[in-house]
Design a protein around this ligand. Structure first.
Ligand code: B4P
Length: 192
């Protein structure tokens, strides 16, 4: 089974590109952001904890997120899926190390991490625009700044970690959605 991860700062277009990749390659898909929003909507004890962190633009704990990811990998293996696409995971170096363990335990073929590269002003504009209709409490100026800080501090080191292993593929995330999709396709198609 193949595994591809898509990363990038908040608003880089991870969700947008993931939908197109799932159509193209028929991979199983997990957005940790969406999975956490679903848990949050259930108002469980964990959901309340998640809401507090996410609304302020903070990352959720590695333990909570990794439990979600492990379940998806297990289900995908049981289904005999062709591949899995991770959207927004791993977002910290400990998550990346846990992912390495999951890959090894399950004999997964990790293609690598696709990193969408987008200028900060473009990101802020996209998120504030999305905030007008998304209903998301973290799509406001204050949370976006916090999310960007979290990204630079905790997620950028993951890109370096993947680069060291020759598993990072940077893609220009500005421009037309279809063009960006094509660039990502070209990378994945050289591996499958
Ligand atoms: P996420 O839900 O992963 O996502 P996001 O950063 O908000 O946005 P994304 O990059 O998917 O952008 P989109 O396609 O929507 O994260 C939310 C929160 O979840 C995090 O802050 C964190 O708290 C938590 N979380 C998630 N994973 C976690 C983990 N592993 N560990 C800990 N915490 C975690 O695009 C944005 C906008 O731009 C859209 O309106 C879109 O239409 C537009 N757009 C996209 N591509 C465009 C293009 N090419 N041109 C113009 N506009 C474009």
């Amino acid at each position: 089974m193949f595994l591809v991860a898509i990363s990038g700062p908040p608003g880089a277009g991870k969700g947008t590109q993931s939908k197109l990749l799932v159509q193209e390659f028929g991979f199983e898909y997990i957005s940790t952001g969406e999975a956490l929003r679903r848990e949050m909507a259930m108002s469980t004890e964990v959901g309340k904890q998640i809401k507090m962190l996410m609304d302020q633009g903070n990352l959720v704990s590695d333990e909570i997120v990794t439990d979600i990811v492990r379940d998806v990998v297990k289900e995908s293996i049981e289904k005999n899926a062709r591949g899995i696409l991770f959207d927004g995971y791993p977002r910290t170096v400990p998550q990346a190390m846990l992912l390495d363990e999951i890959i090894e335990e399950n004999n997964i073929d990790f293609i690598g991490m696709i990193g969408l590269e987008v200028d900060e002003n473009v990101l802020i504009n996209r998120i504030l625009l999305r905030g007008k209709t998304s209903g998301r409490n973290d799509d406001n100026e204050e949370s976006v700044k916090r999310r960007l800080d979290e990204y630079y501090e905790k997620t950028e080191p993951v890109l370096d970690y993947c680069k060291l292993n020759g598993k990072y593929f940077g893609v220009d995330g500005e421009g037309e959605v279809d063009e960006i999709h094509q660039s990502i396709n070209d990378i994945i198609k050289t591996y499958i």
